[in-house]
Design a protein. Structure first.
Ligand SMILES: CC(C)(COP(=O)(O)OP(=O)(O)OC[C@H]1O[C@@H](n2cnc3c(N)ncnc32)[C@H](O)[C@@H]1OP(=O)(O)O)[C@@H](O)C(=O)NCCC(=O)NCCS
Length: 189
């Protein structure tokens, strides 16, 4: 995927006010599909996120994430209060939320430094197509330019081989094998 950062992007700091979004890049996949990359989600994208999080046919989201509870049944407002910054990959022709990645300051037990938690999802129709990796790398770099000395960590279900492989593909390494049984922690310093 070719990603081109918007020229003359006005300076802004993170996290953004709730429901505000800023278009930060255009992207084109290898297949020639066009996308936007946004920092932040507007209300319409949050509605899409809610629907996607409740989608029972998406077994991977239901099995590997808490999004049903977090965004489907819970309130986006409550989650946003934790100081998270979501980035969205939006399919230009359909306006569909293709992928999401978010970051937010959260201490990693036993570690010093400016650690931020991270989480990622690609959605049906856009999953497994190589879009997520380049989108995630772009979003991480963009975020790191705004947050000096940031380090990333992610908590992943041990059986979520796809996400562990994905984390490795974007530069995370396994850190703790057994923090609370079902999960591993991966870090990118
Ligand atoms: C994890 C997830 C975001 C990966 O997204 P994706 O669309 O598959 O990502 P990409 O197609 O860009 O793949 C990028 C790389 O990730 C790795 N990867 C993806 N799926 C993998 C799998 N099943 N096993 C091992 N590595 C995998 C590969 O290195 C891949 O690169 P390659 O295709 O060149 O080998 C996606 O599977 C997803 O949304 N799953 C459901 C939600 C979820 O589990 N989120 C994470 C919760 S911790």
């Amino acid at each position: 995927m070719q990603i081109i950062t918007k020229k003359s992007l006005e300076k802004f700091s993170l996290s953004l006010p709730i429901y505000s979004d800023i278009k930060i890049a255009d992207a084109t996949s290898k297949e020639g599909d066009n996308f936007y990359i946004f920092a932040g989600l507007d209300k319409e994208k949050v509605l899409q996120l809610k629907t996607l999080s409740l989608d029972e046919s998406d077994k991977e989201i239901q099995k590997n994430t808490s999004d049903r509870k977090r965004f489907g049944l819970g309130l986006y407002e409550d989650w946003y209060k934790k100081g998270r910054t979501p980035f969205a990959l939006i399919h230009k022709n359909t306006n569909k939320l293709a992928a999401l990645i978010w970051f937010g300051a959260e201490t990693l037990e036993g570690e010093k430094g400016n650690f931020h938690t991270s989480a990622w999802r690609s959605y049906p129709g856009f999953r497994g197509k190589g879009l997520m990796k380049e989108f995630a790398n772009f979003a991480m770099n963009f975020y790191a330019e705004k947050i000096p000395d940031v380090k990333f960590w992610a908590k992943i279900r041990k059986e979520n081989i796809g996400s562990i492989g994905f984390a490795q593909a974007i530069g995370f390494k396994k850190m703790q094998e057994n923090p609370d049984g079902d999960f591993i922690v991966m870090v990118k310093r």
